[in-house]
Design a protein around this ligand. Structure first.
Ligand SMILES: [Ca+2]
Ligand SMILES: [Ca+2]
Length: 220
């Protein structure tokens, strides 16, 4: 193998090992697709390392639903080939946490109002709050009134919990919501996995060997 090739291989192996500190994932909710009806799925759902918990703002359990079926509700279904979930209860909240505890980096989420633009809403402003290493914060997703999902870049790191407030009553204006494609990075602890260690040692070893060889040639 040519020296430059060896050096590149070593550097690449080291880079792969360094990149092993986080794993990107996406929650698609596609397991909600059903051929027959609109099921209610209870208040808890977990997929790909994230957990979703739907409650009233007072803390009582609420239901997750999905239009993900091949029936008359097709215009309401924001993901025609898979499924999205909806929460349309009055004054409900959807809390996202890392399954099993810890923090996650929240990259983006796809949203539309609960009826996917099929009926007018009193508001399209979806309020949220979240907790990260810097404390509690609030914000608003401003949804459009059109059918179809919008992707909202969130770009938050080290999030402990992220809560969206569905509103949809006069007392608490809001769109209800359908959500899909929650993209996140699950920060693995600083300790690399064994395969990463092997790649890193291999990478640094090759790089070191290359440098030693070059030094030998130069100063022989
Ligand atoms: Ca989906
Ligand atoms: Ca929309």
């Amino acid at each position: 193998m040519h020296l430059k090739t060896i050096f590149a291989a070593g550097a690449a192996a080291a880079a792969i090992a360094m990149a092993g500190g986080a794993s990107a994932a996406v929650v698609t909710f596609d397991s909600f697709r059903s051929a027959t009806t609109i099921p209610a799925y209870g208040s808890h759902y977990s997929e790909a390392g994230l957990s979703f918990y739907v409650q009233s703002e007072g803390g009582a359990d609420e239901e997750i639903g999905s239009f993900g079926y091949d029936g008359v509700s097709a215009p309401y279904d924001a993901d025609p080939t898979g499924a999205a979930i909806f929460v349309n209860a009055s004054s409900a909240k959807i809390t996202i946490t890392k399954t099993g505890g810890g923090t996650f980096d929240f990259d983006s989420i796809d949203l539309t109002d609960a009826n996917n633009g099929q009926t007018p809403r009193s508001s399209y402003a979806l309020n949220y709050s979240y907790v990260d290493g810097g404390g509690s914060h609030t914000g608003v997703f401003n949804l459009d009134s059109l059918p179809g999902l919008q992707t909202f870049a969130v770009g938050l790191t080290d999030v402990t919990s992220f809560t969206m407030f569905t509103g949809n009553t006069n007392a608490n204006l809001g769109p209800g919501v359908q959500l899909d494609n929650v993209r996140f990075d699950s920060a693995l602890d600083a300790v690399p996995e064994p395969i990463s260690w092997a790649l890193m040692i291999c990478g640094f070893g090759l790089a070191g060997a290359t440098l030693r060889y070059r030094r030998g040639v130069t100063f022989a």
